[in-house]
Design a protein. Structure first.
Lengths: 293, 375
């Protein structure tokens, strides 16, 4: 558990600037060969579950630390779905939106429940073929993930994350972009330059220049494409899709996301051209004690 | 302008180190730093070869920049033996490997060394859970022997005083009366600070998630090796180094996880305490060694709620919790050329205050690359 910038999770379009109470557990339903969090995802869960906390206590801790929302990250949240639903309900009553990072590999029924219970969700779309999921994630098919994204895109705030492994899934980028754009061009898509660990620790790090080149065409399909997971990234700020003006400035301090450092919108609209950006929730300054739900 | 050069392998960027914004600045020092970074990919915190990286990088920097004063830190023993379940019987061999790297730097560069072992490790004994406290508790970092309590209840204080793994519980006023220090330190100081007994760590919100296998031992004295004379206390080292650097090239070399039991060279000792407080490897010990001033004379206390100041306008975003530069560090007080290399990430540039620093960019053991800081 710790206090974090919501952009560090990363969520760039939900209550930008806000302070999130981030927590996680242990275990996962996938076995990604390059997992960066194998020490929690693939390890024996019991020694890693440090705290036994009631939902009310988690909410109290989030409030005590001045957090504007709660995010379940680090490991797959649906491995403890019933207790997460309890937490979402208690948090909602306290005015704290709850969001998660998920691999999306869940039954349709759970995806429907996620849409109903969660205020914001990030789905990791790791590849675009059954073969990829079979070889690198240990499950038979990509289809449940695509179905989850479709369901969530209609009913809650959704962002999509894709870790890029050089020569493994970078060729899937155009197809993934077409799929996301087919649902909604405004869905933020975060591409991570993956630093492979676990069973693929010897794989090379993706070339940033080559990735940026690949993304140039993608940026014509989707309004909000980010490239990160490396310190100093210059592709983590939000620009107005209508005129290109800087809307939200961020700096990448390493790790998955970034930190918001400046907000240039006025009532959610571009200061240059007036275009209304599709953000969920308004800007919340880190030090603000406002409730924002 | 102070600049940061970040290298994430095959890609570099230059930032204004104070604001974090990219800049186009170039210059001799930046060009040199960029070349050294490109030639020095970091093997990772959990690779013992990271000691070789410190020496290789330091030698490159010495050859191309010719500093008169150098600051080096070798943290691989601490990182490996704290966060990996490595058998203790392998430790002495690992110590010798690290000191072989120190020796390689000294013999090839000809610097007069001041090598300080920052203290031995001891097996991890257990956690002190503070997550159920009524008041707010700050026990951040990857292994925290301190917990800061804010607005604690009487029940909180009594529970800590009664806890068998808690060494002491001090109010801010009591702490200040005994240890003294600057106003900034106490402006951020918790209402109550709890200190764990040796081998124990606090665990609450913001505590590290990775399992711990060893903790720093509380050592009243730590070993040092040097042909120089004149250090009896931890606060004497900086003055001794600066004085010697007037007439010769001197390197202050810090080696983590090595104390009197494991230091492989002939050594003398320096007192490693401030009143009852034992220094352990971390910002307090680093800043004290480099500045000659006790940890209470620097702005960030243990048990500090760092997130409160992590707002949009926080300066020095690549310096971890530090939003201001520590003052009076070795490099800042030395009139000649100074340089630093280390693999204790931000502590290297914070403590060295050198004209050019090269350090690993690792966070929570994730290897992100390398960074140089240039004045």
């Amino acid at each position: 558990m710790h206090v974090s910038h919501i952009e560090a999770v990363p969520f760039y379009h939900f209550q930008p600037g806000s302070r999130t109470f981030m927590l996680g557990g242990a275990s996962c339903n996938l076995d990604c060969q390059y997992c960066s969090n194998a020490y929690v995802a693939r390890a024996e869960p019991a020694p890693l579950l440090y705290f036994e906390l009631a939902p009310e206590r988690i909410v109290a801790l989030a409030q005590q630390h001045g957090c504007h929302n709660i995010t379940f990250a680090v490991n797959e949240p649906t491995v403890a779905w019933p207790t997460l639903v309890e937490l979402a309900q208690v948090a909602a009553r306290a005015g704290l939106p709850l969001g998660v990072l998920t691999n999306g590999y869940v039954p349709a029924e759970i995806a429907e429940q996620m849409a109903q219970q969660l205020a914001f969700v990030s789905v990791s779309l790791k590849g675009f073929s059954d073969a990829f999921y079979q070889r690198y994630a240990g499950v038979p098919s990509v289809r449940p993930v695509l179905r989850t994204i479709e369901i969530l895109s209609r009913r809650t705030h959704l962002e999509v994350v894709t870790p890029i492994v050089q020569s493994v899934n970078d060729e899937d980028i155009p197809a993934m972009a077409d799929f996301i754009a087919g649902l909604d061009r405004n869905i933020p898509w975060h591409l991570f330059r993956l630093l492979p660990e676990y069973k693929m620790a010897t794989y090379e790090r993706p070339s940033i220049e080559a990735l940026d080149l690949k993304l140039q065409q993608v940026r014509e399909k989707l309004h909000f494409v980010y490239l990160g997971n490396f310190v100093g990234s210059q592709w983590v700020s939000t620009c107005c899709p209508a005129c290109g003006a800087l809307a939200i400035e961020r700096i990448s301090l390493g790790g998955c996301g970034a930190k918001a450092v400046a907000y240039h919108l006025q009532d959610g609209c571009c200061g240059q051209c007036g275009y209304k950006l599709p953000l969920a929730g308004r800007w919340v300054s880190w030090s603000s004690e406002d409730k924002v739900a | 302008m102070r600049l940061g050069i970040i290298d994430v392998t095959e890609w570099q960027t230059i930032v204004d180190f104070e604001t974090g914004y990219p800049v186009e600045e170039r210059g001799e020092l930046v060009t040199l730093a960029a070349e050294i970074l490109k030639a020095s990919p970091y093997p990772g915190d959990l690779d013992l070869a990271s000691s070789r990286w410190v020496t290789d990088t330091a030698l490159r920097l010495w050859q191309h920049y010719q500093p008169q004063l150098m600051f080096l830190d070798y943290a691989s023993l601490f990182l490996n033996y704290t966060f990996r379940p490595i058998p203790a019987d392998q430790f002495r061999a690992a110590v010798h490997e690290v000191f072989a790297e120190v020796e390689r730097f000294v013999s090839q560069s000809g610097f007069t060394p001041v090598v300080v072992g920052l203290g031995d490790l001891t097996p991890f004994k257990g956690y002190i859970d503070v997550v159920h406290s009524d008041g707010q508790v700050a026990a951040g970092g990857m292994s925290s022997r301190h917990a800061g309590l804010y607005a604690p209840s009487l029940r909180d204080i009594q529970a800590l005083r009664d806890h068998p793994a808690v060494e002491r519980v001090d109010t801010r006023d009591d702490f200040r009366a005994e240890l003294g220090g600057c106003d900034d330190f106490y402006r951020r100081f918790p209402d109550v600070l709890a200190t764990a007994k040796e081998g124990y760590a606090f665990r609450g919100v913001s505590s590290g998630a990775r399992p711990i296998y060893r903790m720093p031992r509380y050592e009243a004295a730590v070993p040092w090796y040097s042909p120089l004379e004149g250090a009896e206390k931890i606060t004497d080292v900086a003055g001794m180094v600066l004085q010697a650097a007037q007439g010769q090239r001197v390197a202050l070399i810090l080696v983590e996880a090595v104390g009197c039991d494991t230091f492989p060279w002939p050594y003398r000792t320096i007192e490693n305490c401030h009143h009852w407080h034992h220094y352990t490897a971390g910002d307090g010990q680093y800043l004290t060694l480099s500045s000659g001033r006790q940890f209470t004379e620097h702005p960030y206390p243990p048990g500090y709620r760092f997130y409160l100041e992590d707002h949009e306008r926080k300066l020095y975003p690549f310096s971890g919790i530090y939003g201001q530069r520590p003052t009076g560090m070795l490099g800042q007080r030395f009139a000649g050329r100074s340089a630093a290399v280390g693999n204790r990430s931000v502590l290297t540039h914070l403590a060295a205050g050198a004209q050019i620093t090269v350090e690993c960019f690792a966070r929570a053991l994730y290897n992100q690359g390398v960074m140089a800081v240039c004045e």
